[in-house]
Design a protein. Structure first.
Lengths: 339, 619, 339, 619
């Protein structure tokens, strides 16, 4: 116990791998995401003991067990609320919420939108596989209309949420989307989410091999993905297509796809501006629009003062104004009498 | 009374105990009037107990029965345990207040009325068939029928105030009237008025004049022949203040946090009658108190669990319906073995029920209302001042045993008040936490032998990273473990922790007789009514004892033995027999219940009469 | 009981007034809203017995007691879920949800967004007084940052929701805003909400005299309201100002206020199109923007098939395909044996 | 065993009862194999009981202990009440399955192993120190060590299938092997395979061949000297089918709705092990069943209350954590007095606990776990087939008394199966509702004298518009009413309704002795283990009786009397003594508890041994 402490060596990915066996189905998209998270952690410059990973219930929510950090596997839908208590107790912590489309958007929808509104400095990774995995395959609030599942043998009659749009509507300050198989891209998003001060909402499309295999294949299969995915990059034009031959243009208040052949110039193509909320709202409309690519990357990003920061400020201010609280004085406030 | 025409000569009489109720429309300021009278009573050194009762509407229709708001105080030179049963004085600012409260006034009691409000429209609205001032309704009482509004108006003519403002200060007239009756000094209220209406000097002046007008009026009218002086109560040595239950809870929490060297975190959602705890704590920012007004009760308790995980003394407070919403999370709190206090300021149920009325009907829910075997210690406060001790004790148990603890209060305690003997902070019991920062041999679910607490390692502690959750886990490592033997082991361990907690309880010593014919076993806010009744019975030579439980789960270890020493056991509760079922279920001993489901506390006579009934036929 | 029944006379406002005493504070904005609802009810052409008014808990939620229709005063935050069960049980009913900014957006936020997403044919009136009235004055999820209340003596540190934007983000199909004191306008909104097939979300600014008096006075006081309120009308230009001298123009992806003097022509002024979701999103941004008027009226309106309709269709289809369910046959499905 | 080299000559033997367990990796298809064997067993006319047990992970790591999935069946010519204690045959497809289950195999029991999986990597992963096939681990058992994968591969060589596909059909080999052992016909499974793999003829063929290969192999090997024939069980006359508990619940609900002339509404959120009720009902659209998959359990129960208000037979189902979330709404359901059924398919707690394991620890929550005095009737199912009756009974009580009813099932019942004697729909008891459309004298809270039901007037009914809510209300008008007397009256009325419900219960008639030394009092899914143990004890001449409660709240009126007729009372429960506390609390009678918290049901010997212990010293 009295040994001389030496500065710890720089961490590497394996320092973030816990000793618990990973228990997802072989081939589940969750593996790839776990791997990216473990990879970027050493690069954040946060001591390992200051990282807390918090989840609800679902396949994805087993995530904390596999991270060699502090972790809390909560109850269904409540990870965001749990995380809020952790963050406010110790704002120094880097808090990561792992949730699913059921956990975060069905039962946990309310805490989600309230966290986004309050803007605590917490990172939310929403694993969207458009299905309830752990309970063996019922449709979720992101499943498409008409989907046949265990609980919708005649097809679901629920319209789905559009997660980035919901998050924008809830006053979120960092809204992004990634894909389990776009690993490099995902790493970038994760690091960006970390540096954002405020609540970062990262939707990650994740393939559930067992109950919803291939829902994102148009975005992940080599042959077609370039035609279907629009990679958003701040300050860059919104161009996509195998030959980078398509772009998005603003027409009145609508977006349209233009063909970038000789005739139409690149100049018309919209430049992505992460800080433009209106543009983010426009882009969020594309999630389910036919004939449009699906945007991934950062839709929106605006640093505004965080809730946790304001809480500290307020406490400091109160101490300044009233002096550090004195219990005896508190007890004796107002009229007292002595016998 | 009116036939008496003799000349008035006033005398002062000494009395021991007095009960007064102020009643009027929600807009009449009765709560404020009551609390002014209460402060003033504290100043003269009487013991006291108060009970505010107000409608759940913000402003029910003026003059309606539903809109009646009241404030009751009992004060005296002896120990006062309750706000009193029957009234010596009833202030009834309008016919609706009279309708609701007259039944509680003693024969020959004094009735103070603001006659301006007794119009045909008003008395009909209140359900009187004719004007109660004119028929025989009030023949058994001493009636001071005063046009307060007119008298106030006269006294402030020069200020040019609107009739509305004038009417609103009639409450000060009534207060002044009572100050005269009980031989009081007006200063404390004058100071209050001056501070409150500082920005509006005319308003301040109107209120001051109204107060004095009432005082002087009482002095001049013939119906007040005597004014009363109540000798100082014999308090235990110390410094006192008046305190409300919710306030005392808040103080207890802040003190416990400081004592344990922790910061206080509060996560909750407003609900009557618990909201005041949030209000008090949100004002304590300079104590480093963090208050998080969550979007609902579930987020409230979940943020509390998060705060406990991260190392704060974590608190949430609510009332019945909100408590119901926290049920699932409480199971998690049990499973992760983290310290926190969950406060339920009970109100009338079921469902939304009677939001502003008091009841003790959430005991089952506190002790047994979870899925799975999820034992949680339950502590109950007995009086407004005892709320401090109960809150402190709840924190102590939580921190010393790494366990969530439920604290039961109720609307009667939360809003009621009484003198509180201010403790010396440094003499409060020490509270030790199980925080651990030494990684050597660290296992997150290794349980301390004595307390069965697991180590409290908080995020930010180097080289002790661990994971926790609501799945069953191995003793020691805390890793997920569904094996049959482990589940049996952990279930028993969680139960055993409760048993161990009871080791720290003081012995159960009945008040009055410690064996004999009849034991009155109570819990929570029935303390005052029971104690008063038992004192009366003892004075009459009846063989009774009284035990009021603070610990409802686990029960004190020697409770069974004490129960065995009495021939009969009476359990009075503001529910249908919840403690009774728990006691019978645990000790297999026959008991008698006394159940009141009326949204109001027991009176001492409710209890006393039942005792006499049970003992009848005995000497 | 055997009397000859005659066709009931046409209903009037008083037929919708219940025998219960109204118990709001004198002067509360709720009175005006109640009155408008009672006024338009006879004009809807719905038999009174087919109208159900459902609420949660709050001052506003006492509403059903005052309506001489079917009514259900539920529990806090759950009116939308309760109403969903009622509507699905009997889709013939005209279902009205009354809720507050606490009831509908704090504790009830999740059921709110899920109802909007599912698009059941239900009308939601959200009484937004930016405060918790019934519990005597704590800040709500629509209170402004810094607000001093019973529970925020040092000022609230919560960013507020923008209700129309949240509703749009939740895939709502009818989004509107009214004001308690704009009674005629409110009547129009209510009738429009009724004719919409799908979930109608109507935010109504409502003054709480006791705990939040005057928060909307800039939108209601004669002298200033014309400068601060933009009344949206489908197909009409977005013009406001006492002298109708200001308009909204689209500049790139942003809105801007233009002065309609001689120089700038009316032609630049944006024409309101209720069916344009992007425009609705743009307008929703104005809620808290300084230097912009506050829009009232219908932000967005799109009739798409309702959940209740799809449910009926699916049941009909199943009956068509499998025949009306036969209990005996169900019991005997699969392998059976007789002893 | 291997030393025996004699020539094989097969004989057929008759036996009465057999217990088999299929165990393997999650990916090995053990659940499917088990249910095929079950159907086939039903066809030959044996009585049976099954118990599936699978990990909570969707696919735990291949070969790990956590990934073991098993299916147990007991079948025989007598009444079969449980899936059996110890095993005659254990199929262990891999070393992990062997590790978890070997302890339950009888000495000399048959062990069927797929030897290809017993590689060093695998047996180490499963925690064996050396290869159990090679050390002395298995010396007390008859071991059929078969390289199933290789044998299957040989039989399908011509089909060119991948090794993965071949491995996956090894389960059919094991099934065929057992079909030979128990002298079965393969047709039912061949038909099943053909239907299931219709679109993939190669797969179908591989599975068929694998099945036959197993059958033939068993015929040829020497270790199977005898095959067994189990005589048909003596069933009561009728038509039977095999049924799972969750399925039986669904059938009961549909039948009750039809009988009452109502449509069925289901509002709920998926949760293990209750989700199957949603799955079944969502397939019943042609019965007019409406299923609403809500965003959470609160919306599930609230939509259910809405549906009840609007006139459907309204249902929600969940498990422990979800039940906790419904707590607040249940208080509302009590207050508005509407009929509905809330189903809790219990699982191991507390908190998320052991999601796929069974337990009975939500009884307290069901009976007492609400804020305020909010009595709710509680009905418990006893066997998979009894789930039908219990669901039907719950609906009857709800509709006849206008009250929410809780139905308790558990994971063991929900997923277990047994033969069900199919009732004639038209002979099911009538169910009358309190629907009312006549406005004359209508008062929404006027209570029917006999049932204490209030009228069920649904929106859409002309001239009967009324308002309802969760605040306390007047008897009769239903208007909000906070007066003390009314609250007392309504509280008592809600309690009295429970008392009246007990009037319709059949008398309590103990099985076995109806008085004497020892009464075993059980509830819910412990029925089978208790009944088997009691039959054994009776056969040994012990003086015991058995009562299994279906009604947990209220208790049957004559229960107290029955309890009084026995010297000792044993209450076995898969919890820490919840019924015990309720019984002692109510009847003030000393009882003995037997508590098992292992995530698995009682075995008959758990109960039997305890009985013997309690009766020791007696003749
Ligand atoms: C209160 C409660 N309700 C329901 C459940 C059952 N449940 C567990 S996970 C889950 C949904 C999982 O879906 P998702 O969040 O999308 O995660 P995934 O498994 O797809 O990663 C449900 C319904 C639960 N554990 N607790
Ligand atoms: C479960 C539960 N939590 C809290 C409360 C207390 N409560 C009643 S109404 C209310 C908020 C009211 O605010 P809002 O919905 O804005 O309605 P308003 O009174 O302003 O019309 C709260 C917190 C409750 N009744 N039930
Ligand atoms: S069920 Fe789906 S989401 Fe869950 S672990 Fe398996 S593949 Fe992944
Ligand atoms: S408190 Fe406010 S919202 Fe409530 S009734 Fe009074 S004025 Fe209206
Ligand atoms: Mg999912
Ligand atoms: Mg409000």
């Amino acid at each position: 116990m009295n040994e001389v402490k030496t500065k710890p060596a720089a961490l590497s990915k394996k320092d973030f791998i816990s000793n618990q066996e990973v228990r997802w189905c072989p081939g589940c998209g969750d593996y790839a995401i776990l791997s990216q998270v473990q990879k970027i952690m050493p690069e954040l410059g946060v001591p390992r003991e200051n990282i807390v990973v918090i989840s609800g219930i679902g396949c994805s929510s087993r995530f904390p067990y596999y991270m060699n950090t502090y972790g809390f596997h909560g109850i269904h839908g409540r990870a965001t609320a749990l995380a809020s208590g952790v963050k406010l107790t110790n704002p120094e912590l880097s808090v990561w919420v792992i949730t699913g489309d059921g956990d975060g958007l069905a039962i946990g929808g309310n805490h989600m939108i309230h966290l986004l509104r309050r803007n605590l400095d917490i990172n939310i990774l929403l694993f969207n596989n458009e299905i309830y995995g752990l309970t063996k395959g019922q449709y979720s609030p992101t499943s498409e209309l008409g989907k046949v599942t265990k609980s919708s043998p005649f097809g679901s009659i629920d319209y789905p949420f559009n997660p980035p749009q919901l998050a924008l509507g809830a006053a979120g300050t960092f809204i992004a989307r990634g894909i389990d198989r776009e690993q490099k891209h995902l790493q970038g998003l994760l690091k960006h989410a970390h540096t954002h001060t405020g609540t970062a909402f990262v939707e990650i499309y994740q393939n559930c091999l067992i109950f919803n295999n291939g829902v994102f294949s148009h975005l992940t299969e080599k042959e077609v993905k370039a035609e279907n995915v629009l990679v958003l990059e701040h300050g860059k034009p919104m161009i996509f297509g195998k030959n980078e031959d398509k772009g998005l243009r603003l027409n009145g208040s609508h977006l349209e796809v233009i063909q970038l052949d000789g005739k139409t110039s690149h100049d018309h193509v919209l430049i992505h501006d992460e800080t433009n909320k209106i543009q983010a709202l426009l882009l969020s409309e594309l999630t389910y629009l036919k004939d449009f690519p699906t945007p991934i990357g950062v839709f929106y990003h605006q640093d505004v003062e965080t809730y946790d920061h304001m809480m500290i400020k307020q406490i400091d201010y109160a101490k300044e104004q009233k002096g550090e609280g004195n219990i005896e004085a508190l007890f004796h406030e107002g009229y007292t009498w002595t016998v | 009374m009116a036939e008496d025409q003799q000349k008035i000569s006033k005398t002062t009489e000494e009395v021991d105990v007095v009960t007064i109720r102020f009643a009027g429309d929600s807009g009449d300021g009765m709560q404020l009037t009551g609390s002014q009278f209460t402060n003033n009573t504290a100043i003269v050194g009487n013991d006291l107990s108060t009970f505010p009762d107000y409608p759940s509407e913000i402003r029910a229709p003026a003059g309606s029965l539903a809109g009646v708001s009241s404030f009751q105080i009992q004060f005296g030179s002896q120990n006062i345990y309750t706000p009193g049963d029957t009234l010596d004085v009833l202030v009834a600012m309008n016919p609706a207040a009279l309708k609701v409260h007259l039944k509680d006034l003693k024969i020959n009691g004094l009735l103070l009325l603001n006659s301006v409000n007794y119009t045909p429209r008003n008395y009909k609205l209140a359900g009187w068939e004719s004007n109660p001032l004119e028929d025989k309704t009030l023949k058994d009482y001493r009636v001071a029928e005063v046009n307060m509004s007119e008298l106030v108006a006269n006294s402030v003519k020069d200020l040019n105030l609107s009739p509305k403002v004038i009417n609103r200060s009639a409450n000060m007239f009534a207060l002044g009237f009572l100050y005269y009756m009980y031989d009081r000094n007006l200063d404390s209220t004058i100071d209050f008025i001056t501070a409150k209406f500082g920005k509006y000097p005319d308003l301040a002046e109107a209120n001051r004049r109204s107060l004095k007008a009432g005082y002087n009026y009482a002095h001049t009218i013939k119906i007040i022949r005597t004014n009363y002086r109540i000798p100082k109560a014999k308090f235990k040595k110390g410094t006192y203040r008046n305190i409300m239950g919710n306030q005392a809870v808040s103080f207890g929490l802040v003190a416990a946090a400081r004592k344990a060297g922790l910061e206080l975190f509060y996560g909750g959602y407003p609900i009557t009658p618990a909201s005041d705890i949030l209000h008090y704590l949100s004002g304590f920012k300079n104590f480093g108190v963090k208050t998080f007004q969550a979007e609902d009760e579930i987020a409230g308790v979940m943020s509390t669990i998060g705060a406990a995980y991260a190392g704060d003394l974590a608190i949430t407070a609510t009332s019945g319906p909100g408590m119901a919403l926290k049920t699932e999370a409480l199971g998690l709190a049990v499973s992760v073995e983290l310290p926190m206090v969950i406060i339920n300021v009970q109100r009338g149920g079921p469902s939304t029920g009677l939001p502003t009325k008091t009841e003790q009907s959430d005991l089952f829910q506190a002790v047994l209302g979870r899925n799975g075997e999820a034992p949680i210690p339950v502590v109950a406060a007995q009086t407004p001042a005892h709320c401090f001790d109960a809150a402190y004790e709840a924190c102590r148990i939580a921190l010393e045993h790494m366990i969530p603890v439920i604290l039961l209060s109720d609307g009667y305690l939360g809003n009621g008040s009484e003198p509180w003997r201010i403790p010396e902070y440094k003499k409060l019991p020490e509270i030790k936490t199980h925080k651990k920062t030494d990684p050597e041999d660290f296992l997150p679910y290794r349980h301390d032998e004595k307390t069965l607490a697991r180590p409290w390692v908080v995020p930010g502690t180097a080289n002790m990273e661990y994971r926790v959750g609501g799945l069953e886990k191995s003793e020691g490592t805390g890793n997920v473990n569904y094996t049959p033997e482990n589940h049996q082991l952990m279930t028993e361990l969680r139960q055993r922790k409760l048993d161990i907690i009871a080791d720290s309880f003081p012995p159960v010593v009945p008040f009055g007789n410690s064996s004999g014919e009849l034991l009155i076993l109570g819990w929570g806010s029935t303390f005052g009514a029971i104690r008063t009744a038992v004192e009366n019975a003892l004075a009459k030579g009846l063989s009774v004892g009284h035990v009021q439980l603070t610990h409802l789960n686990p029960f004190p270890k020697d409770l069974g033995e004490v129960l065995g020493k009495f021939k009969q056991i009476l359990i009075p509760e503001l529910n249908m027999g919840q403690l009774q079922t728990l006691i019978q279920g645990k000790f297999v001993v026959k008991t008698e219940g006394l159940h009141k489901m009326k949204g109001v506390p027991f009176t001492q006579s409710d209890i006393y009469n039942k005792m006499v009934e049970m003992l009848k036929g005995l000497a």
